[in-house]
Design a protein around this ligand. Sequence first.
Ligand code: ZN
Length: 340
Amino acid sequence: MRGVILHAPGDVRVEQRENPKVEQPTDAIIRLAATCVCGSDLWPYRGLEPVDGPAPMGHEYVGVVEEVGGDVQTIRAGQFVIGSFFASDNTCEICQAGYQSSCVHRVPMGSIGTQAELARIPLADGTLVATSQIPSDDLVPSLLAASDVLGTGWFGAVAADVQPGKTVAVIGDGAVGLLAVLAARQLGAERIIAMSRHEPRQKLALEFGATDIVTDRGDEGVAAVRELTNGLGAHSVIEAVGTQESMLQAIRSARPGGHVGYVGVAHGVELPGEELFFSHVHLHGGPAPVRRFLPDLIGLIWNRAIDPGRVFDLTLPLDQADEGYRAMDERRAIKALLRP
Ligand SMILES: [Zn+2]
């Protein structure tokens, strides 16, 4: 099969890889209907994270089950399935509490590499959610978005305790930030402040439910949010970047008693303890337990209540994956969908 391999920063190739096989009796093999490039794939692509190359790439996936191992009970060949970027058993205490991305048996899908024609999915019964039928083609991008960026934005909103009638600020205008806007709208927020200085992304944020756009960053961004909230700060802030500046901006944009949901993968973030102590802000976040939300999100997509697939503004054949990485790196594309 063909699959994406990162050899060194900036060097992404589509190469022949060995076809995956059932290795554990709990595995499934799926044929990808679509996959995509994640903002987090750009960290190693840009050389900001070490490349232990040649490394298979990709952790987002939807597809049709080809084969299952002998212990798989609920998933069967021919089903269309969606899973998240951590395989999880969905039965351990941590999974049952809704933190499947910290499952005691978790397997990071990035180690398998789903930017490929086929992928092995560990713990298939716990990891995969099947749709009732094969979806029509126009639903595939939205179902793929549920695999990571929608689920991550949704967790950001839940972690930030978004509630009906409240004011939410979203820091980050990548796919996760934009879908955090959509999640905040679905969860009933009254006012949603999207921080973005890119016109096409501002437009999509407004279509997803943002009520205000702020183009300032850092301290000016904080001041702008305070100005919009009677000097108090937002009830809920969703952090979807992962830098020192964005994390401090998030904490400082929240009012005392407010909540920050942080879902941008932290790189070099160090929190000032004293400031945190006096802020009275709740912090919760981490790698999103997307599996918790998948059944509900798939339902909303299936009923066409939400259209998160609109974050894919570039669709390419898998063979042109390098152009997908380049376009996202140069911010010419919000998110690139790859068709195997
Ligand atoms: Zn578990």
